[in-house]
Structure formats: structure tokens, C-alpha cells
Design a protein around this ligand. Structure first.
Ligand code: CAA
Length: 383
């Protein structure tokens, strides 16, 4: 095992467990689930029993408290096996982010207890008219005594149908605009345990089909004021700060896809004989492999760099955006080249690179499209 992330001993142990688990439970099953309708809930439950959903729960809350670098390294490995699996697990980090950054100890304990019991979360920000323009959300939260009443429709919510807790963003003061009008709430329950909360459309997607994505609907949902995360009006900043971190994990998931595509292409090129020699003996294929490896390595290094800055409490917003953007573009490029090397076979469902190419596309779109990442980087550079 190449320890490119300088993983701790504990993380190296877990890396081996992940490899063993994924070889047995994910590799083949993910291909089969992708062809049907992408339900890998039983795999997620088994993975959660082994604690793969709880890698960075801090020790003071009963977790093993791995460093961010460790959990990023492990996420690349999970995503190598299946990006839908990786995203399901990493969306837990996205959902927990606002509580980690702005929540109080009671909220953290409630959330970490759920995670340590195998639960995963959902981050409910996006709406039909508020995707890239996250500030355009129309969901409302109105104070009513000791509660807030939430109404609204969230869409494209990763883990929507399977989450055990939800972090929801809604306007408490629309007249102040998103920057000061959004507030975040923790709902520490499954959807069917909350009156007025339901799952709408479950999306049928091009790629990462093993990640469950749906609408989450709020119809007069009562949330105790004690579950408000931070102060009223802090929601947008909590969302943005969380997305900064999530862009690193999104990037490393894309790196997992790149590495898998590269490994599959190398193996194929060594074994496929055309014109009396292995594909690998042709310079044109060697150059393709070299380019694929360069893009993969560069994307990984950017993810590591952003993680290092984050761990040192230094500004990392631009670097996280770079990591996500470069890794998303790399995944689209590397998987397309892998399909090219596989030729006609690469186009067929029963070879893995076709799925990798479909899986890769969303990494240029979600958690802020790559145009948004460029906007973040450009704005910061010109500030
Ligand atoms: N950290 C802290 N604060 C930040 C911030 C950051 N990274 N980015 C912005 N802010 C603050 C600003 O300082 C500003 O504060 P003040 O009002 O006090 O000055 C406030 O937030 C508003 O900032 P902007 O004026 O820059 O906001 P904007 O409307 O121009 O939007 C944006 C900026 C970068 C385009 C933002 O809307 C954005 O990131 N969009 C993409 C949204 C996104 O990633 N969505 C993905 C959702 S998750 C998902 O897809 C997956 C899933 O499973 C749900």
C-alpha cells in the first residue's frame, strides 16, 4: 500500500479493513446495483457497523478521532471501489459540517451519537431555484414559541431517503437577504419520525447511481429552537464554510474515480493484444496513460494541500475550490481516456470503465459547479 497521505497507524489498519470489506461487499455489488436502481443500503449499513461512516468523530464524543488527512485518504479508497458508496459516506461529513462548525455541545452529542450508531446525514440546502445560487432559497422558518415551523422543498439531497439526521437551511428573515437571513437547523431524526417531513421525487441519475438523491419536503415541520445551529442569520455562512470543507472530500472522491480508471486502463493495456502486440507497447497508449496519471496525481496533491491548510487553521477556501475543480475535470478526462483505451469494450455496461465515465460527470457539477469554483478562486484572488 502506497501511503501517499502519510496516514497514521490507526488509519492504515482501517485502510486494510476497507480494502477487505470493499473487495467482498462493494466491488461487484456496486456494478450490479448501478445496473438496477442503485440501492446499496445494506452495504452502507454493514460499512457503518464497521465505523466507516464515523471516521472523524472526535474522541471526546466517543469516536476514534482520525485526522482530516486520514479520513480523506480512506475516502479515496472507498471511492475507488464505488463513487456512489464514497459519496454516501462523505455526504455525512457535509451534513455534519454546520453542527461541527457552529453547533453547541448538546447538538454535537446528539448528532455524533446518531453517527456512532451507524447513522448518516443529509445536508438540505439546494432548492429548485437555488442550486449554484444558494442564496435564492425560498424555504421559510418562522419562530413559534419554543419552536420554529419550517416549510419548503429541498431537492437533489444526497442521502435524502436514507438519512438518520438532517441539517436544513431556511430563511428566518428573507428581507435581510441570504447572507443574514438564512438559519440552519438540526433535525435529529429519520424522515418518517418527523411530522410534516417527507421524501418527494427520488432521482434516477446518469451516474453515482448507488448514491440515493431525493427531494426532502417540509410541511409545517416543528423544530425545537434548541436545535437551531448558531444564531438566526448565520445559516448562509455555515453553509459556505461547510462547503469549503466538503469540496475537498468531493475532490478526493473524484480522485478515487481517476485512480480506478487508470488502474483498469493499465491492466487492460497490458493484456489486450492488437496487431500482434499488447496495447501497452504502443507509444500512443503510453502517452495516454502518462497523461491520466499526471492529472490524477495533480488532483490528489491539490486535495492534500487544501487538507493541510485546513488542518493548520489557515485560509483554504480557494485551495478547496481548486482541488474540487481540478479533480472533477480530471475525473471526466481520465475516465473518458480509459474508455478510449478499452475501445468498443469500454462502451459496454459489463466493463467497469463505462460506469466510471458516467460516475465522473457529476463531479464537475455538484457541491458547486466547476464554474462556481472558478468564481470562488477568481474572487478571492482579486480581493
Ligand atoms: N466562508 C465564510 N463566509 C462566506 C463564504 C465562505 N466560504 N463565502 C461567502 N461567505 C459570506 C460572505 O462573506 C458574505 O457575508 P456578508 O454578507 O457578511 O458580507 C455572505 O456569505 C454572502 O456571500 P456572497 O455575496 O459571496 O454570496 P453569493 O450569493 O455571491 O454566492 C457563491 C457565493 C460562492 C456563488 C455561493 O452561492 C456558492 O458557493 N454557490 C454554490 C452552492 C453549492 O455549492 N451548492 C451545493 C450544495 S451541496 C450539494 O450539491 C450536494 C448535496 O448532496 C446536497
Amino acid at each position: 500500500m502506497a501511503n501517499e497521505f502519510n496516514m497514521s497507524e490507526k488509519a492504515q489498519e482501517i485502510y486494510k479493513q476497507i480494502e477487505e470489506f470493499c473487495e467482498k461487499e462493494v466491488k461487484q455489488q456496486a456494478m450490479e446495483a448501478d445496473a438496477k436502481e442503485g440501492d446499496i443500503l445494506d452495504i452502507i449499513e454493514k460499512a457503518s457497523k464497521l465505523g466507516f461512516n464515523a471516521l472523524d468523530v472526535p474522541k471526546e464524543f466517543g469516536g476514534i478521532g482520525l485526522s482530516k488527512m486520514d479520513s480523506v485518504a480512506l475516502l479515496e479508497k472507498m471511492s475507488w471501489y464505488d463513487a456512489g458508496f464514497g459519496i454516501t459516506i462523505s455526504a455525512n461529513g457535509l451534513a455534519s459540517g454546520p453542527v461541527v462548525i457552529g453547533g453547541n455541545d448538546e447538538q454535537k452529542k446528539k448528532m455524533y451519537d446518531i453517527i456512532l450508531n451507524g447513522g448518516i446525514g443529509a445536508f438540505c440546502l439546494t432548492e429548485r431555484n437555488a442550486g449554484c445560487d444558494a442564496s435564492a432559497g425560498e424555504s421559510r422558518a418562522v419562530r413559534d414559541g419554543d419552536d420554529y415551523i419550517i416549510n419548503g422543498k429541498k431537492c437533489f439531497i444526497t442521502n435524502g431517503p436514507i438519512a438518520s439526521y438532517y441539517v436544513v437551511f431556511a430563511m428566518t428573515a428573507p428581507e435581510k437577504g441570504a447572507g443574514k437571513g438564512y438559519t440552519a437547523f438540526l433535525i435529529d431524526k429519520k424522515v418518517d419520525e418527523v411530522e410534516g417531513m417527507s421524501i418527494g421525487l427520488v432521482e434516477d441519475k446518469m451516474g453515482i447511481r448507488n448514491s440515493q438523491v431525493s427531494e426532502v419536503l417540509f410541511d409545517n415541520v416543528r423544530v425545537p429552537a434548541s436545535m437551531r445551529i448558531g444564531e438566526e442569520g448565520q445559516g448562509f455562512k455555515l453553509a459556505m464554510m461547510t462547503l469549503d470543507i466538503a469540496r475537498i472530500t468531493c475532490g478526493i472522491t473524484a480522485v478515487g474515480i481517476c485512480q480506478r480508471a487508470l488502474d483498469e486502463a493499465v491492466e487492460y493495456a497490458k493484456n489486450r493484444v492488437q496487431f500482434g502486440t499488447a496495447l501497452a507497447n504502443n507509444e500512443v497508449i503510453q502517452f495516454k496513460i502518462a497523461d491520466m496519471q499526471m492529472h490524477t496525481a495533480a488532483a490528489r496533491e491539490l486535495c492534500k494541500h487544501a487538507t493541510e491548510l485546513y488542518m493548520k487553521h489557515l485560509p483554504f477556501s480557494s485551495e478547496a475550490a481548486m482541488a474540487k475543480c481540478v479533480a472533477g475535470d480530471a475525473a471526466a478526462y481520465v475516465t473518458s481516456e480509459a474508455v478510449q483505451i478499452f475501445g468498443g469494450y469500454g462502451f459496454m455496461h459489463n466493463y467497469p470503465v463505462e460506469k466510471l465515465m458516467r460516475d465522473s460527470k457529476i463531479f464537475q457539477i455538484f457541491e458547486g459547479s466547476n464554474e462556481i469554483q472558478r468564481l470562488v478562486i477568481g474572487r478571492n484572488a482579486l480581493r
